[in-house]
Design a protein around this ligand. Structure first.
Ligand code: NAD
Ligand code: GLY
Length: 374
């Protein structure tokens, strides 16, 4: 079992990544056993696909812990589902000493984590990620939240989990398209700060759930994220810091919002966003020549889209970008690669913002100026 720690003083917590071990032993190592033996009331929110495929394993690992089953997918990540989770916690009689397990992909993790952050002003929770994306990214770092119709992740809270238990056999039932979506975040780690990982991904073929290197890759991404979060927990660093984890995401969130949540998987939108960020960085003289082509080739090599599947209104994409949480003083801040393995946060100049419209069109947008934001 891989054992890592997110070092945040008295809020430090373990990440345990198990491949050969039972789910029960990975949960135990991540601290869930202690919470249960303490006699505190607990509950779990479980992704419906995970319940369907792994119900017997969950039953044996969780015993009589009350479980609420919800569908994964971006359409569940909203305030209505938050209320459903809160009502469940209340109906189960959880007190402030209670704890919640979030068992699912990034959607269940973000949603249940948010419910844990606001229920009785905050209870403990544990992340049990079941998708590749959640294992390498969303389960670590304590960003919780849901979407509004007007934008992605616009409501949320920082609340670090008490532990993260990643059990790789969950991935055996993950659809290929969802696995590829998780690889977008893995490629992101390579691009933003781990050139060795990028080269490994560039040279190696497509990975799958049973692939030998997978446990090492998941641990490598979690270690990188744990370091970044420990250094800049709430993304307040003036330079670099946690904002770097948003490489490709300003483009990605605009795609998800404009196309309608769920049209593109989050990881697919991130994949296109990585290609766009690299192209923009190279065209504005910030990135070394070849960065964009190599990024695009690596993204395609892992079964991910490199451009929009069908046109979206350019004006709407640009408007969605301006709603990004990184916008300050009405200026767009973008995370851009300078090289394969080095990224930086930059403030886009006025004329560069105009250039973004052309960039969207190069990546498959259209109907410049015609859209819902008109
Ligand atoms: P998801 O949670 O919707 O899961 C993807 C699909 O896989 C769903 O249909 C789900 O039901 C299914 N599924 C989950 N586990 C399965 C399994 N083991 N076997 C079969 N099917 C399974 O999507 P995701 O890609 O895991 O997460 C995307 C979300 O994560 C986005 O909302 C994104 O904003 C968020 N995110 C958050 C952070 C963070 O730091 N909090 C970081 C990155 C992404
Ligand atoms: N995925 C972005 C972050 O955790 O900060």
């Amino acid at each position: 079992m891989e054992a890592l720690t997110v070092a945040l003083a008295d809020r430090s917590y373990p990440i345990r990544i198990g491949q050969e071990e039972s789910l029960a032993s990975v949960l135990e190592a991540a601290g869930v056993g202690d919470a249960r033996r303490s006699g505190r009331r607990g509950a779990a929110v479980v992704d419906a696909a995970v319940e369907e495929h792994h119900g017997a394993t969950l039953a044996s690992a969780l015993g009589d812990l009350p479980r609420l089953t919800l569908r994964g997918g971006e359409s569940s990540k909203d305030l209505a589902h938050t209320e459903q989770v809160l009502d469940f916690l209340s109906a189960e009689g959880l007190e402030r000493s209670g704890f919640l397990l979030a068992i699912g992909g990034g959607v269940i993790g973000d949603l249940a984590g948010f419910a844990a952050a606001v229920y009785l002003r905050g209870i403990d929770y544990y992340q049990v990620p079941t998708t590749l994306l959640a294992m390498v990214d969303s389960s670590v770092g304590g960003k919780t939240g849901v979407n509004l119709a007007s934008g992605k992740n616009l409501v949320g809270a920082f609340l670090q989990p008490r532990g993260v238990a990643a059990w790789l056999p969950f991935l055996r039932t993950l659809p290929e398209r969802e696995f590829a979506a998780g690889m977008a975040e893995v490629l992101k780690y390579g691009l933003l700060g781990d050139s060795g990982l990028f080269h490994q991904l560039e040279r190696g073929g497509r990975l799958h759930a049973g692939a030998g290197p997978l446990a090492g890759i998941v641990a490598r991404c979690c270690r990188r994220k744990a370091e970044i979060v420990a250094a800049d927990e709430q993304e307040t660093a003036r330079e670099g810091g946690r904002a770097l984890l948003n490489l490709g995401h300003t483009f990605a969130h605009a795609i998800e919002n404009t196309a309608g949540y769920g049209t593109y998987l989050h990881g697919e939108a991130v994949a296109i966003g990585l290609c766009m960020a690299a192209r923009f960085a190279e065209e504005t003289g910030r990135a070394r020549a070849g960065t964009a082509d190599r990024t695009t080739a690596a993204v395609a090599g892992h079964g991910l889209p490199t451009r929009l599947r069908s046109p979206l209104p350019t004006a709407d994409l640009l408007a969605a970008m301006r709603k990004d949480k990184k916008v300050r003083d009405r200026r767009l801040r973008l995370v851009l690669p300078e090289d394969l393995g080095v990224a930086r946060v930059v403030v886009a100049g006025e004329e560069e913002e105009e250039r973004l419209g052309t960039l969207w069109e190069e990546f498959g947008a259209g109907d410049h100026g015609i859209g819902k934001s008109g």
